[in-house]
Design a protein around this ligand. Sequence first.
Ligand SMILES: [Zn+2]
Length: 391
Amino acid sequence: MSPSALVTNIGELVTNDPSLGDGSPLGLLLDAALVIDGALIGWVGSRADAPAADSVLDVDGAAVIPGFVDSHSHLVFAGDRAEEFAARMAGRPYSAGGIRSTVEATRQAPDATLAANVARLMSELARQGTTTVEIKSGYGLTVADEARSLAIAAAFTAETTFLGAHVVPTEYADDPASYVDLVTGPMLTAATPHAKWIDVFCERGAFDADQARAILAAGIAVGLQPRVHANQLGPGPGVTVACEAGAAAADHCAHLTDADVANLRDAAVIATLLPGVEFSTRSPYPDARRLLDAGVTVALATDCNPGSCYTSSIPLCIALAVREMRMTPAEALWAATAGGAAALRRDDVGRLSVGGSADFAVLAAPSYVHLAYRPGVPLVSATYHRGRRTA
Ligand SMILES: [Zn+2]
C-alpha cells in the first residue's frame, strides 16, 4: 500500500471532469477535498464526505487546480538573446533567422551546461504550477547535437520532440534540400530513440509545405507522432500540412483563413496558442474567439525559448489569453490544463479525477479566476507532481 494523503479545506477545486461538481467543463467543486493515493488521485469530492488518509494537508480555503500542461517549449539551449529582444523592442521585426545565433551557442556548450539550463527552467516551471512539459530539440541541427539535445530533454520529460526542422542551419543555406535529407535520414535515426514527437517549423524562411510533408512522413514512418509550428508569422500551408498528417496539434495559428479554421475543427487537430510570443514580439495575437466559436479545441502553452518568448509562466499566458485574446478565465484555464493534455494525447494529466496523475497546484487565492485577475502576481503556493511536492 502506497501512503495516502488527504488534501482538504479546498475552497474551489477545478477537476476538468464535467461529471463532477457544477457540470461545466471545469467540473468545479466548492468546499472540496481530494485524496492522493501514491502517484494518483484516489478520491475527489465534498470535504464533508472525505475518507481518512495517512496524512492530512489543510489548504485553508485555497483554490486547487490541475497542474499546467505546457505542450510547447524549447528548453535545451545555451546563451540568451536579450540584446536581440532589446533591438526588437526598438523597432526591428522578428524573423526565424535569430534561431541561428542560439544554434551556435548550443553547439559549443557541454552537455552539463545544457542539462543545467533545462533543470533551472524546469524549476521555474514547477514554481509556476506546471507539472507536464513538452521539450523540443532544434538548437543543435547536427546529428550529434540533435541526439544529445533529446537525450538531455528525455531526462526531464516523456514528452520529447525532434525538431531538427527548426531552421536550415547556416552551413546548408545554399542547399536546403540536402538538409532535409539529413533531417529525414541520419538525424532522424539518431533522434528517434529519445523522441515521442516530430515537429517542423512550416513557415516562410524555414520549411515549405513539401519539405514539411516529407519531414513529418519520415518521422511517422519510424513511429514518431506529428505536431507542427504553423501559421505563426503569416498565412501559409502549416495548418493544411498538420491536418493532412494527422498531427496532434498545430501550434501558433496566428494567421488563419476560414478554411484553416474549418480544417482544424474537422480534423480534430488542437490549435495551440502561444500568446507569450505575440507579447514578446509585439505582434498581433491569434484570434482565439474565432477558433473557439468554430468548435476548435484550443490549448495554451508558453513556447518558452530564448528568442521569441522567454517566459516559463503559464499564468502569464492565461492572463494574456483572457485580456488580449478574449478567452474567458474558464476557457483559458481549461486550455492550459486539459487542452495541453489533449495536445499531447494524454488522458492521465490535465484533470483531477480518480485514476489521474496527482498533479496539481495550490493557489494563494480563493479562485482560479485570480490567475487572470491578478496578472504578474506569483499565485502558485505549492505544486505537486505524481503526488510529490515539486515546488
Ligand atoms: Zn516553438
